[in-house]
Design a protein around this ligand. Structure first.
Ligand code: GBH
Length: 452
């Protein structure tokens, strides 16, 4: 008998696009008045970044942005999540505005709009100006929050006539705990827990400054949100007991960012658990942090499985060594993470609009053969995640945008250039770009507004 597969389209206004970040693609690290970022400095410390790779040239997007944007548009993307480099706008992070930095983003934004790409602009994607680190102590100090506020005002005033989607910060944990606690990311410090908690609090305040700047200067139709890498917890079975267990872990693990944003306070149990290491707060901080936002950005890559233990207590299950993962070992193949992270954010905090601001897979792809990169593993990863995203939307989870990380291979932080997240292959010697099989497939998905 003939089988008629259902098309299962995404909602008609669903936004499809690509995500990238300035420090990972732009290069031109010291061009036109750009000051160094803590990552430019960190990458020069031997042993910190794989193969001694630096951000100096990266994908040379600073010079090649017209062709890059044209390729994105040709693939059928209508939205592009980019970030602005703070040290391009203020060489030391504060002081005088660097007009050449403003000029560059004017050219970039105008080109994107001309090609039909709606820009979603992240104000900060970890590239703290070295001047902010040296003069103020970076995220350890409240002065950094003030400087960020001035920076946010500057870029919203400069670009707010054309940019209507703003993301304040990308993934707070990656420039607080991992930068000042575990030392894995620039500036690479290992400081006591109280300091780490203080950096978190200041980051939350900087988010508030970003929201304030958009409200004050964003003009009509401006929307603003935070991008978090909320940890996803997948109930081992979709039964009430395991779902409740996963939900409890979600609140516990993500509460330090989502709770103050959405409720205007840190959970009392959370503060009690920090004891003497709790952050120092001042009157007004929580009001700044908890201003209303318009959407929540979630970067979803992986989740962990949870079940209700014998005594009802949630148990986070360890992954066995042979569990499938990408070449980025942290990236376990867990498609249900993209179902559960947005669902829990919506159910627990009442979030009404969610954008998946990143999802993708990092492999050490081999160079093109006869012009082709058959990254079937990446295509499969993306397809399985999109199936779960579609299920979430069908169930009523308010996700209305999806950005694939990333358009092209780029500087993958401590993993350098060998770890590739792009659907377009970057040849770093020639700067040639080659769309991989996954790019062609994603292009068909965007065109059909359905999984193909
Ligand atoms: C995102 O971070 C970033 O926003 C983006 O810049 C990056 O290129 C992309 O993803 C791919 O990595 O301690 O070993 O368990 C990814 C989210 C959160 C993943 C922290 C790694 C800790 C790894 N990251 N996580 S581990």
């Amino acid at each position: 008998m003939p089988i008629k597969p259902k098309l299962r389209p995404f909602p008609s206004h669903f936004a499809w696009g690509f995500a990238a970040a300035a420090p990972q693609i732009e290069g031109a690290a010291y061009t036109d008045g750009k000051g160094p970022s803590v990552w430019d400095t960190f990458a020069r410390i031997p042993g910190k970044v794989a193969n001694g790779d630096t951000l100096d040239v990266a994908c040379d997007h600073y010079h090649r942005y017209p062709e890059d944007l044209a390729m994105m548009a040709a693939l059928g993307a209508k939205h592009y999540r980019l970030s602005i480099a703070w040290p391009r706008i203020f060489s030391r992070g504060h002081g005088e505005v660097n007009q050449k930095g403003i000029d560059f983003y004017n050219r970039l934004i105008d080109k994107a709009l001309e090609l039909g790409l709606t820009p979603w602009v992240t104000m900060y994607h970890w590239d703290t100006p070295q001047g902010i680190e040296d003069d103020f102590g970076g995220w350890r100090n409240r002065d950094t929050v003030k400087a960020f506020g001035v920076y946010a005002d500057t870029i919203v005033k400069a670009f707010g006539d054309r940019v209507k989607h703003w993301i304040t910060l990308n993934e707070i944990i990656c420039f607080t705990r991992m930068s000042y606690g575990t030392g894995q990311r620039g500036p690479g410090l290992m400081l006591p827990e109280q300091v780490v908690n203080q950096t978190y609090h200041h980051a939350m305040m900087a988010h508030g400054e970003g929201v304030r700047a958009v409200r004050q200067h964003g003009g009509p139709g401006a929307r603003v949100g935070l991008t978090d890498c909320s940890e996803a917890f997948i109930p081992l079975s979709e039964t009430p007991a395991d779902i409740e267990a996963a939900r409890r872990v979600f609140v516990h693990e993500n509460g330090r960012v989502l709770e103050p944003m959405y409720t205007g306070r840190y959970a009392p149990e959370f503060l009690a658990s920090l004891g003497a290491d709790a952050p120092h707060m001042e009157p007004g901080d929580l009001e700044l942090i908890s201003q209303a936002t318009d959407f929540l950005g979630l970067n979803v890559y992986r989740g962990r499985f949870v079940r209700a233990g014998a005594d009802g207590k949630p148990e986070i299950l360890p992954f066995p060594p042979n569990y499938p993962a990408a070449d980025a070992e942290w990236l376990t193949h867990t498609p249900q993470s993209i179902y559960w992270a947005p669902r829990m954010a919506a159910e627990i905090y009442g979030v009404e609009s969610i954008a998946i601001t990143e999802n993708g897979a990092g492999y050490n792809d081999l160079p093109p053969v006869n012009g082709e990169v058959l990254d079937l593993h990446r295509r499969d990863y993306l397809r399985n995640y999109l199936r779960e995203l579609q299920r979430a939307i069908d169930d009523g989870v308010p996700v209305d945008a999806y950005f694939l990380w990333s358009f092209m291979d780029n500087f993958e932080w401590a993993d350098g250039y060998q770890r590739r997240f792009g659907v377009v292959y970057t040849n770093y010697e020639t700067q040639e770009r080659t769309p991989k099989a996954s790019a062609k497939w994603y292009s068909q998905v965007m065109a059909a507004n359905a999984i193909v």
